[in-house]
Design a protein around this ligand. Structure first.
Ligand SMILES: Cc1cc2nc3c(=O)[nH]c(=O)nc-3n(C[C@H](O)[C@H](O)[C@H](O)COP(=O)(O)OP(=O)(O)OC[C@H]3O[C@@H](n4cnc5c(N)ncnc54)[C@H](O)[C@@H]3O)c2cc1C
Length: 387
């Protein structure tokens, strides 16, 4: 057993950290408040090969795994730039396409994801279905050689920045007549696909949207994979990378907040010559948050290692636990940082309260803490399902 990164992974971590610090949280907030995107950072990360670290070399990627992509997510977040679209585009769409797309789909889409020139976002959540994806109501019907999609999606991140949305719909199985999931690559400018931006209380350069699919006509090759049977495994293929990378982003955000807070408490003096950090009432909550973040990082490393070794089932348990732990740790770290900074904690200048919305959302999305506890209760502890 080793807790060390390989020399290449170490180099990647240092290089991504340096890139993130060059932009920093001030840049991230400025873009968010101006209603703009982090286009320059995304493009530079793409050019340097960081966005495609998990994509095979034959499609222009780095040939690494989710371990490498988690490093990229964590280090950018630790520099104050938590980029949610890393989770959606290279982690979910990149993995799903690579594992279950046709060769033609891989060739068409993976190089653009790898160099960052294209983004593919992911749409599963629906207003009615919520956490219960068995209730998905977006339906794809055969339309000549192609497909006709109808339905609604909500909270879909980054549609305004993406060329395609990977839409989870249901199709009728001709043999059983039952509906089963299928994934479709829908161009964001497809006739019949409209969107409205949701106002979210999150300081983020990335936006969430309601999507309306009204008779969206698609060619046959918009269906992800060789046949309808690819749908369910493709959907599950995206889950572990999503949980692991979102956890990494949470851990990085936690590290960022603790670092900001520690710098402040080590130097701020309001009682004689002592720093406020010398009071355990200030340092212990910070130290406690640091322990939680570090524990989450260990779980992320375990989940990513298992995933990259092809141990999907074990990675599913570890990935869910990592996502739960990192979501809680990030929220605790940011809240604690705000508290120990006092009034400065609520200013934009000190750059921690700007993360409150994002870390709060991290306990809900992409899978809520309650649904992870349900998963652990059922799959690890053998409890019955109540729903
Ligand atoms: C910032 C942000 C970005 C997002 N980006 C995307 C995206 O790009 N693509 C996408 O498809 N979705 C996206 N989502 C949606 C996100 O995945 C969902 O919000 C999340 O899965 C929860 O679903 P819901 O909002 O419908 O909550 P609901 O399912 O309505 O649940 C509401 C509450 O009830 C709890 N609950 C529900 N059922 C149970 C149960 N059986 N046991 C215990 N508790 C339960 C939930 O945990 C939650 O706390 C995003 C959401 C946010 C906030």
């Amino acid at each position: 057993m080793t807790f060390d990164l390989t020399p290449e992974q170490d180099q990647l971590r240092d290089a991504v950290r340096a890139l993130g610090r060059r932009y920093g949280h001030g840049y991230f907030v400025e873009k968010a408040k101006a209603g703009e995107h982090t286009t320059e950072l995304w493009a530079e990360a793409g050019r340097l090969g960081y966005l495609g670290v998990n994509i095979p070399t034959e499609y222009g990627g780095g040939g690494g795994g989710i371990t490498e992509l988690a490093i990229v997510c964590e280090e950018l977040a630790a520099a104050g730039c938590p980029l949610l679209l890393l989770v959606v585009s290279p982690a979910i769409a990149g993995t799903v396409l690579n594992r279950h797309g046709t060769e033609e789909q891989r060739k068409r889409h993976l190089p653009g994801l790898a160099d960052g020139s294209q983004k593919i976002v992911f749409a599963i959540t629906e207003p009615e279905a919520g956490s219960n994806f068995h209730r998905l109501g977006t339906v794809a019907r055969r339309d000549g050689d192609g497909w006709l999609l109808n339905g609604r999606k909500c909270y879909i991140s980054g549609v305004d920045e993406a060329g395609h949305v990977l839409v989870v719909a249901r199709t009728e199985d001709s043999s059983t007549g039952k509906l089963k999931p299928a994934l479709f690559l829908v161009p964001t400018d497809a006739p019949g696909l409209t969107r409205s931006k949701l106002d979210m209380e999150i300081v983020s350069p990335e936006n969430q949207f309601l999507l309306y699919l009204d008779d969206v006509r698609l060619p046959a090759d918009a269906l992800l994979g060789e046949s309808l049977d690819a749908g369910l495994p493709a959907l599950f293929a995206g889950l572990n990378p999503e949980r692991i990378t979102v956890a990494a982003m949470g851990a990085g955000t936690g590290r960022y907040a603790i670092e900001r807070a520690s710098e402040y408490t080590a130097t701020r003096k309001v009682w004689g010559g002592r720093s406020i950090g010398s009071h355990q009432g200030v340092s212990h909550p910070l130290a406690h948050a640091a322990v939680q973040v570090e524990l989450a990082r260990l779980m992320i490393q375990k989940a990513a290692t298992q995933y990259d070794a092809g141990r999907d089932l074990e990675a599913g348990v570890a990935g869910n636990m990592a996502k739960y732990a990192a979501g809680e740790a990030a929220a605790l770290a940011v809240d604690t940082a705000v508290q120990v900074l006092g009034g400065a904690g609520m200013t934009t200048e000190y750059g921690v309260a700007t993360l409150l919305g994002a870390v709060r959302a991290g306990r809900i999305a992409p899978v809520s803490r309650e649904m992870i506890l349900n998963f652990v209760a059922q799959h690890v502890l053998g409890q019955d399902k109540s729903y």
